[in-house]
Design a protein around this ligand. Structure first.
Ligand SMILES: Nc1ncnc2c1ncn2[C@@H]1O[C@H](COP(=O)(O)OP(=O)(O)OP(=O)(O)O)[C@@H](O)[C@H]1O
Ligand SMILES: [Mg+2]
Length: 564
């Protein structure tokens, strides 16, 4: 249980940036360069209203050459800003894409080494979303929204400084009229947005999970005529997503209250500035600069309200990704032993394991398999045979007790060492799309044709491969239509002969093993090297009879050990 925390649908968004910092740190130089360029571009833009102010002064003084000089400065500023802005965007895109791709690779690498129970406990669509589309959202945020966000934040700071320099009195009025109104609306928006965006992301994940599950279960749904029930469930999830998305859009509308606050502030400043000019207390150029700079400020605020929505979506995505990284971080434990001997005994003591709290699937199971032992693991369906096999192979960690190979506890072995020494052929052998040869080569040492041929000879399976439509080149699909469940186990056996593990555990396929294939499996098992331990979860009497030793499980307990 302990190794299977289900990832939260709506993980905490607290301190996401601080939690993301360790992943950003290696890229801090590029990020800093982008920030400096962006600030410089913004600064160039901020100087435009004061330049217009100088132009107004030159016009009032009828100074033609001065006006040309000011126009020249204006052009230089505009060009400089464009160059700086584009370079900042490029740097930011490069830095951002590097951060995002390193996060993606890290997430996939962590998933690859995550405990099997952890992966089984998650909804498959959810993991897919977190590692693909949510990372893509993050990347598009970095590429397009983050540059805007930075320049908007820059404008806000620099333009406020310009306003203060030109007239602190007008700035004070602006602040008193505009800020309280704007702050109230933004707060109202933020409160709604946090909830609404998190809900939308969670519903999207549910729809993806339901869809993925439906595709996986198509055969089952068709066989039981349950398609309409399933599509009802999908429609219900999809409807919930639609409602959540509409709710998010409504929340975004709240932010437009800021535009109203701007209108009011505009009118107040124009009136006040006009009176001051008429009364002779202020030059026209000051009012011109003030109004221009104020418009720039408002534009920034408008852009900001649009960007805050994006920022919120990205925050949720980042929080969900960090949740995944945190949830899988435990897989990084460092093994204590460097290597294990070629052959060794497998020893389990006091194993206890529960999938669900309080409902143990295994209770106090102990058994020993010396090198070269041949054992059957038997028991009624649901008695815990497959669970025990996964614990013996180190795929699940027991809640209590331990499994040792050659005296070394399994968690202390490096993962690749563990996989080389103990191998489990599951009830349903997974096949990936590609040829039979490519499937057989999916083991650490990537064997060549010669080694494959020797393994086939060892197991007496040359004839079987030759009987396939195109031998080793026979194309296979994950759905596995080309091979029966038993034939897929033959693939598992060939892989085992290639890896040559010390302990081979075969969870025999119960269903649809035709007599010819069953004969092939049994013959192959007989021919396995004698110093290798073989544990077969056997359902058929013919298999059990061939094995001299048996462990019998009943309701998760070892009921009998010994010779049959
Ligand atoms: N992923 C899971 N989540 C929750 N419970 C599970 C899970 N897998 C198995 N169980 C439960 O654990 C118990 C043991 O299951 P297990 O698959 O080990 O039995 P088995 O002996 O291999 O059965 P069979 O002969 O049908 O293959 C059963 O009660 C089963 O319902
Ligand atoms: Mg089983």
């Amino acid at each position: 249980m302990a190794e299977a925390p289900v990832l939260s649908e709506r993980p905490s968004q607290a301190r996401v940036l601080r939690r993301a910092w360790p992943y950003l740190r290696p890229h801090r130089r590029a990020v800093a360069a982008a920030l400096v360029l962006s600030a410089a571009a913004t600064l160039a833009m901020t100087f435009l209203p004061p330049v217009v102010g100088w132009a107004v002064d030159r016009v009032e003084q009828r100074d033609g050459p001065g006006l040309y000089a000011v126009a020249g400065v204006f052009v230089v500023l505009v060009v400089a800003r464009m160059i700086l802005l584009r370079s900042a965007e490029l740097w930011l895109a490069r830095a951002g894409e590097r951060v995002v791709s390193s996060l993606r690779e890290l997430a996939v690498a962590r998933l690859a080494t995550a405990p099997l129970r952890f992966l089984e406990a998650q909804r498959s669509g959810d993991l897919l979303r977190r590692t693909t589309s949510e990372i893509a959202d993050l990347s598009s945020f970095v590429r397009s929204d983050l540059p805007d966000l930075l320049s908007v934040a820059g404008y806000l700071v620099f333009t406020t400084a310009v306003l203060l320099v030109y007239s602190w009195q007008l700035t004070l009025v602006l602040v008193l009229v505009f800020l309280p109104l704007a702050a109230l609306t933004m707060r109202w928006f933020q409160r709604g947005a946090k909830e609404a965006f998190a809900a939308e992301a969670a519903e999207k994940a549910t729809v993806a999970a339901t869809y993925a599950e439906g595709v996986g279960a198509q055969e089952l749904l068709a066989a039981y005529g349950a398609e309409s029930q399933w599509s009802q469930r999908f429609r219900r999830d999809s409807d919930r997503l639609r409602k959540a998305a509409v709710w998010s859009e409504f929340t975004v509308l709240r932010a437009s209250g800021v535009t109203l606050a701007q209108g009011v502030a505009d009118a107040v400043i124009l009136l006040l500035g006009g009176w001051l000019v008429i009364g002779g207390g202020m030059p026209v150029s000051t009012v011109a600069v003030f109004v221009l700079a104020m418009r720039q400020l408002f534009e920034s605020v408008n852009q900001l309200s649009g960007l805050v929505g994006q920022l919120q979506t990205s925050r949720v995505g980042l929080a969900r990704l960090l949740d995944l990284l945190d949830g899988t971080a435990r897989a990084d434990r460092t093994p204590k032993a460097a290597a294990a001997p070629e052959r060794g005994a497998l020893h389990a003591t006091g194993l206890r394991y529960s999938y669900v709290d309080g409902v143990p699937a295994l209770v106090d199971v102990s058994c020993e398999f010396p090198p070269g032992s041949r054992a059957a693991l038997v028991g009624p369906t649901g008695s815990g045979k497959t669970t025990l096999a996964k614990l013996l192979a180190g795929l699940y960690l027991p809640d209590e007790g331990e499994v040792r190979y050659a005296g070394i506890p399994l968690p202390d072995l490096p993962p690749d060492e563990l996989r080389r020494r103990i191998m489990l052929i599951p009830q349903r052998v997974h096949v990936v799309s590609g040829t039979l040869r490519e499937n057989l080569r999916l083991i650490p040492s990537t064997p060549d044709d010669d080694r494959i041929d020797r393994a086939l000879a060892e197991l007496g399976l040359r004839e079987w491969v030759a009987s396939l439509p195109r031998g080793l080149d026979t194309p296979l699909t994950p759905a596995g239509d080309a091979l029966s469940a038993g034939e897929r186990q033959l693939i598992g056996l060939i892989r085992a002969a290639l890896v040559d593990p010390a302990v081979l555990i075969l969870d025999e396929a119960t269903a649809d093993v035709d007599p010819v294939t069953a004969e092939r499996i049994e013959a192959a098992l007989d021919r396995l090297r004698e110093d290798r331990s073989l544990i077969v979860i056997a359902h058929r009497k013919a298999t059990i009879d061939r094995l001299p030793y048996a462990v019998r499980l009943e309701a998760g307990r070892t009921a009998e050990l010994g010779r049959l």
